[in-house]
Ligand binder design. Structure first.
Ligand code: CDP
Length: 212
């Protein structure tokens, strides 16, 4: 089984993906980490994130088994990730790894921006998780503070809206729901309620398949 989860920043998709993987005994890949790692490599080498040559080389050299997740979650890398993610050759270089991961038995949960549309268009279940920008900004502030980073809610909101726009307007694999994705609005849901809603969708899809 492949469960594809897409959605904008801080919508809850990552937590839902992790918990679904645990519940169903599936592998989980947070594909945002791939773009974050490319961004970090470019910045660490002293280049701006829109240096196309550096970003392509970093994507080609990436070793996804060696990620230090907490070092990839800073605000600077978050912003830079969305810049390198708009470069088509960077996306192409990361495609094989994601598609190979998606074939792992007994199944996988992948979360990102283009999983249901580009990486795994044949996924059994596709979720598009979203929430109002204000609620998402509050969640991201809480996350950053828990990590010990300073965070101003208005600034986080502005960053998040700008990044959503960049992710949605880019030509290469823009953020958008697949036509057959189930929409999950988490604006008024805490994480347990969001997980229950996701499970309900998955169970309905599976039951429908068995009947059909
Ligand atoms: O956690 P958050 O949603 O803020 O970020 P993320 O999922 O780690 O993704 C960081 C950035 O990587 C996004 O803003 C996208 O530009 C890019 N990304 C992408 O283009 N495609 C994916 N499948 C995953 C992330």
């Amino acid at each position: 089984m492949i469960i594809a989860i897409d959605g904008p920043a801080a919508s809850g998709k990552g937590t839902i993906a992790r918990r679904l993987a645990h519940k169903y005994g599936l592998h989980h890949l947070d594909t945002g980490l791939l773009y974050r790692a490319v961004a970090k490599a470019v910045l660490d080498a002293g280049f701006p994130p829109d240096d196309i040559g550096q970003a392509i080389a970093a994507a080609a050299a990436l070793d996804p088994e060696k990620f230090d997740e907490s070092a990839l979650k800073t605000q600077q890398i978050t912003e830079a990730a969305s810049v390198v993610a708009a470069i088509p050759q960077v996306r192409a270089a990361l495609m094989n790894y994601q598609r190979a991961f998606a074939q792992k038995p007994p199944g996988v949960v992948l979360d990102g921006r283009d999983i249901g549309t580009v990486i795994a268009p044949a996924a059994e279940v596709k979720l598009f998780v979203f929430a109002s920008p204000q609620v998402r900004a509050k969640r991201r502030v809480a996350e950053l503070k828990a990590r010990g980073e300073e965070a101003d809610e208005q600034a986080v909101l502005a960053d998040l809206v700008r990044r959503d726009e960049r992710d949605s307007r880019r030509a290469a694999a823009p953020l958008m729901p697949a036509p057959d994705a189930h929409l999950l609005d988490t604006t008024h849901l805490d994480i347990d309620a969001a997980l229950r809603a996701a499970v309900a969708i998955i169970e309905a899809v599976r039951t429908g398949r068995k009947r059909g």
